[in-house]
Design a protein around this ligand. Structure first.
Ligand code: AMP
Ligand code: GLY
Length: 429
């Protein structure tokens, strides 16, 4: 079995690490990978965001399963190209990946499927958007329709900020095509929760709940990032409610996609806000979350390979329900100073082995924006690495992750010191 993982983040390191433990002993290639994935398999220094280069690798390396980590290859039709060459690919075809690729499409599906979401309106004309904004009583959330690396969402503090977000997207075209249409959306209040599920052929296998921390700094302050830390399970959601939540927010969407002739297969990930009036969907992703993937895979006791392969081959119904550790896993991301804006690069990264040795088998450092040059790990990307720890409960997982993190020597970096605090407040209350 020869596997190709596409991507270069902490999520891809975690996927390579977990798949490397499979009794099938797969040979793993990662394109382009990072300093950490090089330890789990073979990095191929090729950016594979389009179908052409993916198919080249599939042919050359005789790949049996393609696993795109991020959304862009899926939105660009990598799964479609694999299907044409009869290569199993874990993830949706482009028509279904639109659930993430177009926020307007996702909102329309949510509305038609009658899944609770924030009220919204769609605009491509600045004057009309401005008029609508003037009639609102509270500052809204402005969202660019297309993919914008997590930067296309502005939760505005006041009407001025909302207006300048609209101008930046619709007039200045700061997000190019992605901002040609915008959503003006009611701002919701509540705590966020990530609900991910393996989905195919009408079967939904929810993963345990997870909570992400999108803002750059403590107390959810600062700009939004790809995610600065995550843990699973989230005490916010009682485990017994997981199945019914998946039934409520994922099932109608999957049924509608099927009815429209674009059945979904892969991971459907709902970013939820748990409001006073119940859960509402903020957005969909069509892949593992990063960093949610890292704590989730630390907790997965079953072999991941048969699940991904069955999903890719259209026989998810044959797969036994995966077993998850009852422990809590918590991940803290270390990012380069300046991230998510312009950030420092080229720093030496040290102390990774020491961090893992502190609690053997319970701590794993998943690398993200790193590369290995002459045996030395160097920081290259915004999110450099994440330390993930398992513990009997949230307090222990948190203590271990932060203790291990202190072993890492990484100049010009920062991390949030409050990952897990929200969860602790639910345990204590
Ligand atoms: P999204 O990419 O749509 O998940 O948005 C990124 C982040 O913006 C979310 O994780 C929330 O923190 C925030 N957000 C998005 N939509 C809303 C909303 N309607 N109300 C409040 N916050 C939101
Ligand atoms: N952690 C959020 C995401 O992967 O989009």
């Amino acid at each position: 079995m020869r596997i190709l993982i596409i991507g270069s983040g902490g999520r891809e390191h975690a996927l390579a690490w977990k798949l490397g433990q499979s009794p099938e002993k797969p040979e793993i290639f990662i394109a382009p990978g990072n300093g950490g994935t090089a330890l789990e398999g073979t990095n191929l220094p090729i950016a594979v965001l389009e179908a052409g280069p993916v198919l080249d690798i599939v042919r050359e390396k005789k790949i049996d399963l393609v696993i795109p980590g991020p959304e862009l290859p899926l939105v660009n039709g990598v799964a479609d190209a694999c299907r044409k060459t009869k290569t199993p690919c874990f993830g949706p075809l482009a028509a279904a990946a639109r659930l993430e690729g177009s926020k307007v499409f996702a909102k329309e599906i949510l509305r038609e499927a009658q899944v609770p979401t924030a009220n919204f309106a769609v605009f491509s004309d600045f004057a009309e958007a401005k008029k609508y904004l003037r009639a609102l009583s509270a500052p809204p959330v402005i969202k660019a329709d297309g993919l914008a690396s997590g930067k296309g969402v502005v939760v505005s503090k006041d009407m001025d900020e909302a207006l300048s977000a609209l101008r930046s997207m619709l007039v200045d075209r700061d997000f190019g095509q992605a901002g040609g249409r915008v959503i003006i959306e009611e701002a919701l209040k509540g705590e966020e929760l990530s609900l991910l599920a393996f989905c195919a052929q009408g079967r939904i296998i929810p993963m345990p709940s997870a909570q992400d921390h999108k803002a750059a700094h403590d107390g959810d302050r600062g700009p939004n990032t790809g995610g600065m830390g995550a843990y699973s399970p989230a005490p916010l959601l009682p485990e017994k409610d997981l199945e019914s939540l998946a039934e409520r927010v994922l099932k109608p969407v999957l049924a509608l996609m099927e009815k429209r002739g674009s059945p979904f297969s892969g991971i459907l990930y709902a970013g939820l806000m748990l409001t006073d009036t119940g859960p509402r969907v903020l957005e969909f992703n069509v892949r593992f979350g990063d960093p949610e993937c890292q704590p989730l895979l630390m907790r997965l006791e079953s072999d991941l390979l048969p699940i991904l392969l069955a999903c890719a081959e259209g026989r998810l119904q044959d797969v036994p329900a995966p077993i998850w550790s009852p422990e809590t896993a918590l991940c803290v991301v270390m990012a380069a100073r300046g991230y998510p804006g312009l950030y420092s690069k080229g720093m030496d990264v040290a102390g990774l082995k020491e961090a893992e040795a502190l609690f053997p088998g319970k701590v794993k450092v998943f690398q993200a924006g790193t590369l290995c040059r002459d045996g030395q790990i160097k920081a290259e990307g915004g999110r450099i690495l994440g330390v993930t720890a398992l513990g009997a409960g949230l307090p222990e997982a948190r203590e271990r992750a932060y203790a291990a993190l202190k072993e890492i020597r990484l100049p010009d970096s920062f991390y949030r010191s409050d990952i897990g605090n929200k969860g602790l407040s639910h345990i204590q209350s």
